[in-house]
Design a protein around this ligand. Structure first.
Ligand SMILES: [Fe+2]
Ligand SMILES: [Fe+2]
Length: 219
């Protein structure tokens, strides 16, 4: 598949899980089809733990990688074809722009209109500054249920941090990348925003907890 025009529109039955699974398999992406179901289910589980909308999380998880139907080398052209703004970092490393293409496809092909779901799909690879709780749920679920062989090297850290909070888990993955930033192909500006944003948020929370502890000592 090289252009958006060529894409066969999915059959919609009203059961998103089955519709996405069939769509990806019909386009010869069986591994992604398995991956998105696992991410959708994991996103639902995490959303339930951290008071996000479980159905929205599940839907965003199912749809987050539907742009896998376009191979990496076609993604910049496809993005331009459908009117997406392509950043220099995305031009340099086209894999990253799949998050924006999936967001467009979720709305255009699967009729998703909920902007929270669409935004969570659209930043699932990099996260972004001022991320919503749903963004963080889908981001973390995708990192836990990764689409490669074996176990991701950061899995245990993310899972441990997820016991503390959703933000700790998201930050653990960002910190993992940040520590290796010199060897990354690019640093997407949204990822840098997300990193500094969560770093600030977590250190503010720590300071606040420190004050609370002092208060309880003074009492
Ligand atoms: Fe992805
Ligand atoms: Fe994914």
């Amino acid at each position: 598949m090289n252009t958006y025009r060529e894409l066969r529109t999915p059959v919609l039955t009203g059961h998103l899980r089955e519709d996405v699974f069939r769509f990806l398999n019909d386009h010869q992406c069986p591994k992604t089809a398995d991956h998105v179901l696992r991410v959708g289910d994991e996103a639902r589980r995490i959303a339930t733990l951290y008071s996000a909308n479980p159905t929205a999380a599940q839907f965003a998880g199912y749809l987050h990688d539907i742009s896998a139907v376009f191979p990496s080398h076609t993604r910049v052209e496809v993005a331009r074809e459908i009117g997406i703004d392509v950043l220099p970092e995305e031009e340099q490393f086209p894999m990253i722009i799949h998050q924006k293409i999936s967001q467009f496809m979720a709305e255009d092909l699967f009729g998703i209109t909920d902007t929270e779901i669409l935004h969570a799909i659209g930043c699932h690879t990099t996260l972004r500054g001022n991320s919503s709780r749903l963004d963080r749920v889908v981001f973390v679920a995708d990192k836990i249920e990764w689409d490669q062989v074996g176990c991701p090297p950061y899995l245990k850290t993310i899972q441990d941090q997820l016991h503390k909070s959703l933000e700790h888990a998201a930050f653990a993955y960002l910190q993992y990348l940040w520590d290796r930033r010199d060897s990354l192909r690019v640093i997407h500006p949204w990822l840098a925003d997300a990193y500094y944003d969560l770093k600030d948020m977590l250190s503010r929370d720590e300071r606040r907890q420190g004050y609370d502890n002092e208060d309880s000592i003074n009492l």
